[in-house]
Every structure is written in structure tokens, then in C-alpha cells.
Ligand binder design. Structure first.
Ligand code: ADP
Ligand code: TZP
Ligand code: MG
Length: 267
């Protein structure tokens, strides 16, 4: 599967991604989108979220530091996004760790049309019914039936589900892709998952919005991010320099790099 052309499309179109994200990763998620060649905006005021979502190419909703104000911001933004056909990517940070986060994620999934759900394997295990363990924001494991539960959840709800970790699983309910790129240091810096979710926003923002387009865009986004992470790790001394080098690698990444290094298996 050749996916490098997605990176070129993102750079050519420079999609505006509206993020309602957490207090920890706001800066790194914005810098990640800029390094890649997309255009980030962070906005959560009730007075403007519907307007901002309406002019964006995608919105990324992230539950990382959820509070009642932000829950309403997400309701307003997602309602406008659905009305205007703007794709929604949901990152259910910490779902499974507390009932508040699990409940907020499920309520968004039940009340809005979410195009892509991306979390770590623990969060996705909990939400899809496979079972999973989440300590704070980190995955501690998922149920053995994760792939089947993801496929069922994606099919029943008509969305793309991505569960990341050492290996990433992506499904539209029919096809399952297993993605093997990435580096263990991604788990040693905060915000790699959250930044990836924002990147998925950029890729689905330049897709045609069909199920096939959303699926391929999600696979391409994860693979581009993880190939950049592999390149960043070469020569990095640890998580600190790795984080900086990841921005550089996203900036210099080429379609050719991605297609040469992609490890994508159709399950
Ligand atoms: N051990 C690992 N080896 C390779 N890539 C990893 C590893 N752990 C996480 N990743 C990558 O890091 C990114 C964030 O994934 P993950 O850690 O599952 O999300 P989160 O930060 O939301 O918990 C993904 O691109 C994933 O593929
Ligand atoms: C540490 C932390 N606490 C609340 S949100 C957050 C960041 C989580 O980022 P990621 O899910 O990308 O590791
Ligand atoms: Mg996360």
C-alpha cells in the first residue's frame, strides 16, 4: 500500500485542524501539525467553537484534561462539525481510568457522528467492550478479543477505530490493518498519542470523507508519524532530544521515506 502521497496532499492543502485538546499537550500538538505542514488552531470558548469548527477541515477532540466547560465546548463544536460535514477525530484520553472520562467519550460517540476514534489499546479496549486497563492516561493492556471488538464497534457505528501501541490496529469494521512502525521512545514522551490524533485530523481533513478515504487517511497518518519517530530516534540521546528531533523529522519527512519504510499489513 503506497501512502506517501497523503503527506504531499497535506502539505499542498495545509488543512486547518481545530483542536479542543488538553492542557498538557496544547503546544506540542500545535507544533507537530506545523512541522508536518498543516495548520493548527486551539479554541474552546463556547462563544466561538461552532464558528471555528465550521471553517476547519477537521476537528480533533481530546479528553485529556476534561472539565464541564470543555465538555460543553466539545458538544457545541461537534454539533457544528456534523452539521457542516467536517470530520471529527476523537481521542478518549484516560477512558477506562475514571467513569467521568469513559462516560464523556461514550456520550460523544452516542450523540455525534464521529469519523475516527483513536486511543491507546487500553482505552479502545474499554470503549469497544473488549476490556482494557488504563492507569491515568497509559494503557496497561487490552482484552484478548480486541480486534474482533474493534471490528464490531466500527461496523455497528460506521466509524474508523484505531488502537495504538507497539503495534497499531486500524479498522473500518471490515478490513483490519496492522501497522508496525514506531519507536518505544514514543511512550516516553507525553503527548505522542495526542499529537498523533491531531495529525490524523490533518489527514482526514484532506480525504474525500468516504469510509475508504477515512481508513486510508488514518493508516497514512499513523505510518507517517511513526516513520518520523523512527528517523528521530536515530541519533537521539533520550526522550528529550527525541521529542525535538521528532518535530524536525516530521518537517523533513518525504513521501519516499514513508513508502520505503512503511510496515503495513492487511490482516
Ligand atoms: N513500544 C512502542 N513501539 C513503537 N511505537 C510505539 C510504542 N508505543 C507507542 N508507540 C507509538 O506511539 C504513538 C502513541 O501511541 P500510544 O502510546 O498508544 O498512545 P497514547 O500516547 O495515547 O497512550 C503511536 O504512534 C504508537 O504507534
Ligand atoms: C499526562 C496527561 N494527563 C492528562 S492528559 C495527558 C497527556 C496524555 O498524552 P498522551 O495520551 O498523548 O500520552
Ligand atoms: Mg493518549
Amino acid at each position: 500500500m503506497q501512502i506517501g502521497h497523503w503527506l504531499e496532499r497535506v502539505r499542498a492543502e495545509r488543512p486547518l485542524v481545530h483542536n479542543i485538546t488538553n492542557l498538557v499537550v496544547t503546544n506540542i500538538a500545535a507544533n507537530t501539525l506545523l512541522a508536518l505542514g498543516a495548520s493548527p488552531v486551539m479554541a474552546h470558548a463556547h462563544e466561538e467553537v461552532a464558528d471555528m469548527a465550521s471553517i476547519a477541515r477537521a476537528i480533533a477532540l481530546n479528553l485529556g484534561t476534561l472539565d464541564p466547560y470543555v465538555v460543553t465546548s466539545m458538544d457545541l463544536a461537534s454539533e457544528a462539525a456534523n452539521r457542516r460535514g467536517v470530520p471529527i477525530v476523537l481521542d478518549p484520553v484516560g477512558a477506562g481510568a475514571t467513569p467521568y472520562r469513559t462516560g464523556a467519550a461514550m456520550r460523544l460517540l452516542d450523540t455525534r457522528r464521529v469519523q475516527v476514534l483513536r486511543g491507546n489499546q487500553g482505552e479502545i479496549g474499554v470503549l469497544t467492550g473488549a476490556g482494557g486497563e488504563v492507569a491515568g492516561v497509559d494503557a496497561k493492556g487490552a482484552g484478548a478479543g480486541l480486534v474482533d471488538a474493534m471490528r464490531r464497534f466500527a461496523r455497528d457505528r460506521g466509524l474508523i477505530v484505531a488502537a495504538t501501541g507497539e503495534e497499531d490496529l486500524v479498522t473500518d469494521g471490515e478490513v483490519v490493518y496492522e501497522l508496525a512502525n514506531g519507536h518505544p521512545w514514543e511512550a516516553s514522551i507525553t503527548g505522542s498519542g495526542c499529537s498523533l490524533t491531531a495529525v490524523i485530523g490533518a489527514f482526514v481533513g484532506v480525504s474525500d470523507g468516504t469510509k475508504g478515504g477515512l481508513l486510508e487517511a488514518t493508516v497514512a497518518a499513523i505510518t507517517c508519524f511513526n516513520v518520523a519517530a523512527e528517523m528521530a530516534a536515530e541519533g537521539a540521546g533520550g526522550p528529550g532530544s527525541f521529542q525535538v528531533r521528532l518535530l524536525d523529522a516530521l518537517h523533513t519527512l518525504t513521501a519516499r521515506d514513508v513508502d520505503a519504510r512503511a510496515r503495513i499489513r492487511r490482516g
